[in-house]
Design a protein around this ligand. Structure first.
Ligand code: DGL
Length: 261
C-alpha cells in the first residue's frame, strides 16, 4: 500500500499519475484540510503536520510514502526520513532540473508557495541544477487556496495570474515550473497566458516513475483507492470530477472519510 499526502487536493495531481503508473497498487490519499494552506505556515508547524500524518499512514500499513507537496517536502522531508530511516519516502520538488535543461533562453521561473519560495532547499536545488540559467522565483500566495475553492476560471484570478506571469515572460522566461502540486490544476488558466512563449513544467509523472522504482510489493494489491481528510472529506470526492479525475472514482474503495491526525 502506498500513502500519498498533501495539505489538500493539490496532491491529487500526483495521486493521478501514480494511479496511472501503478494500476494494481492500493493507494491511500490523505488531505490535511484542517491545516491548509501549508504555504503560509512556519517550518516547525509544517514539520509537526508531516510527522503526524506520516505516522498515521505508516500505522495504516503504507510501505511507501509520497509527500505530494513541495512545501512539505522543502520544510520537512529530511526530518521525516530521519524519523523513518527504513521507509521509502518520495518527496516532490520543483522541476528546476528539467526546466533548466529544456530552456533555450537561459531564463526559467519557479512558481511556488511563500514557504517553498523562501526555503533553503529550493535555493540549494537551484544552485545544484540551474547554475547555467537565470532563475526567477515567484511566490504566489493564495493560489493553492484558490484551487481548493474549485472556482478555477474566476476572471479575477485570471487577471491575478496574468499579473504574475506577464513580467516573467517579458524577461524572456521560456520554462515555468509549477512548484506546488495545486498549480497543476491551474494549467487551463495559465496555459493560454504563456502560450507560444513558455512551457509549464510539472513533475507528477517523474514522481510516479520514482514511486514505481521504490514500490516493490506495495505495487501489488487490488488497485483500491482510499481517500482521507482531516476536515471536510466530502470535498475531496466532489473535487474529482471538477479536476478531470472522475476516472479515479472507479478505484474508490469507500466514501472519503475523516481522520483525526
Ligand atoms: N500543494 C502544496 C505544495 O505543493 C501546498 C499548498 C499549500 O498548502 O499552501 O506546495
Amino acid at each position: 500500500m502506498i500513502g500519498i499526502f498533501d495539505s489538500g487536493i493539490g496532491g491529487l495531481s500526483v495521486l493521478a499519475a501514480i494511479a496511472r503508473a501503478l494500476p494494481h497498487a492500493d493507494l491511500v490519499y490523505l488531505a490535511d484540510t484542517a491545516h491548509l494552506p501549508y504555504g503560509d505556515k512556519d517550518d516547525a508547524y509544517i514539520r509537526r503536520r508531516v510527522l503526524t500524518i506520516g505516522n498515521h499512514l505508516v500505522d495504516r500499513g503504507c510501505g511507501v510514502i509520497v509527500v505530494a507537496c513541495n512545501t512539505a517536502t522543502a520544510a520537512a522531508v529530511e526530518a521525516f526520513r530521519e524519523t523513518f530511516p527504513k521507509l521509502p519516502v518520495v518527496g516532490v520538488e520543483p522541476g528546476v532540473k528539467p526546466a533548466a535543461a529544456m530552456s533555450r533562453s537561459g531564463r526559467i521561473a519557479v512558481l511556488a508557495t511563500l514557504s517553498t519560495a523562501r526555503s533553503e532547499r529550493l535555493a540549494q536545488l537551484i544552485r545544484q541544477h540551474a547554475g547555467s540559467v537565470q532563475v526567477e522565483v515567484e511566490a504566489c500566495p493564495g493560489w493553492a487556496t484558490r484551487v481548493e475553492t474549485l472556482s478555477l476560471d474566476d476572471p479575477d484570478f485570471v487577471e491575478e495570474a496574468r499579473g504574475h506571469l506577464t513580467p516573467l515572460l517579458a524577461t524572456g522566461v521560456d520554462q515555468i515550473v509549477l512548484g506546488c502540486t495545486h498549480y497543476a490544476f491551474l494549467s487551463p488558466v495559465l496555459e493560454p497566458i504563456v502560450a507560444h512563449q513558455a512551457t509549464l513544467v510539472d513533475v507528477a509523472d517523474a514522481v510516479a516513475r520514482q514511486c514505481v522504482r521504490l514500490a516493490g510489493t506495495d505495487a501489488l494489491g487490488g488497485g483500491r483507492l482510499t481517500l482521507l481528510a482531516t476536515a471536510q472529506p466530502e470535498k475531496l470526492q466532489a473535487a474529482l470530477p471538477v479536476l478531470g479525475l472522475r476516472w479515479l472514482d472507479d478505484r474508490l474503495h469507500s466514501a472519503a472519510r475523516l481522520v483525526i491526525a
